[in-house]
Design a binder for this molecule. Structure first.
Ligand code: SF4
Length: 253
């Protein structure tokens, strides 16, 4: 059995628990194909792009619940952009947006926590210890952003014997390199340079029922939200803003 372990720091602790239990029980028929990614390196890469139009972030509350605020505070100190941790319900998102916009209007850049009922400043130390024990931080290719330094997690130490890549000699996946092979514009969209409807695949070959990119998969993904709340189709497609998606950006999903 090969377990495909995907997700941000939110889901990685559960994978770590699985790996620990597998070793403790001496399971020989379980392998892990790990594709966990880290959010803050992606935020840093977006901000480092000279063409970037993103002025601030809504940071994902589920990641904050695990990792706390320290990584975000280091990012804000280095980049001087507002970051507000938010939940996913409509009122929670609105509270995060209001807090972020107020910072922009006041010319401030701090880490705000609009999800204090779930996210503590220190996060979940037990989960963080679990991650540090079983995973190493590694460079990781991100679709649309390239290889990000420290952008992912890989099994370390004795847990490497569970790694499906090593056990079965699985080569590193390169992904589609050409626009013809991969129409997904998530990289440009993440930088605020395009809106989901600018993508030629949006609503045509890429839908929530048949997603081509992560942002169409989950309900909080930008493409899925644009698709769900698109105006009624009367023969005309959605017209993207000529300025693209600017301002606050939700999590890189
Ligand atoms: S997730 Fe789908 S609609 Fe969104 S940018 Fe990628 S291919 Fe286009």
């Amino acid at each position: 059995m090969v377990f495909l372990a995907v997700g941000f720091e939110t889901t990685a602790p559960a994978t770590a628990l699985l790996a620990r239990q597998a070793l403790a029980l001496g399971l020989e028929n379980l392998s892990l194909l790990v594709a966990h990614v880290r959010v803050v390196p992606a935020m840093a890469a977006i901000l480092a792009d000279p063409a970037n139009q993103v002025q601030g972030f809504l940071a994902a509350g589920h990641v904050g619940a695990v990792m706390g605020l320290a990584e975000l505070e280091a990012l804000v100190a280095a980049q001087r952009v507002p970051v507000v941790v938010s939940g996913f319900e409509p009122l929670e998102l609105m509270a995060g947006l209001v807090a972020g916009v107020r910072q922009l209007e006041a010319g401030r850049a701090v880490v705000g926590n609009a999800y204090g009922q779930v996210v503590r400043p220190a996060g979940n130390p037990a989960a963080q210890r679990q991650l540090a024990e079983e995973f190493a931080v590694v460079d990781q290719p991100w679709r649309g952003l390239g290889v990000l330094p420290g952008g992912g997690l890989a099994l370390r130490g004795p847990y490497r014997r569970l790694d499906a890549r090593e056990r079965f000699g699985i080569p590193t996946m390169q992904g589609n390199r050409t626009a013809a092979a991969d129409p997904c514009i998530s990289g440009r969209s993440l930088r605020g340079l395009a809106s989901p409807p600018d993508c030629p695949a949006f609503g045509v070959t890429c839908t929530p029922e048949h997603p081509l990119g992560a942002r169409m998969v989950s309900s909080e993904g930008a493409c899925a939200a644009y698709y769900r709340y698109r105006p009624p189709v009367d023969g005309a497609s959605i017209r993207p803003s000529p300025r693209g998606t600017q301002g606050i950006l939700a999590s890189p999903s």
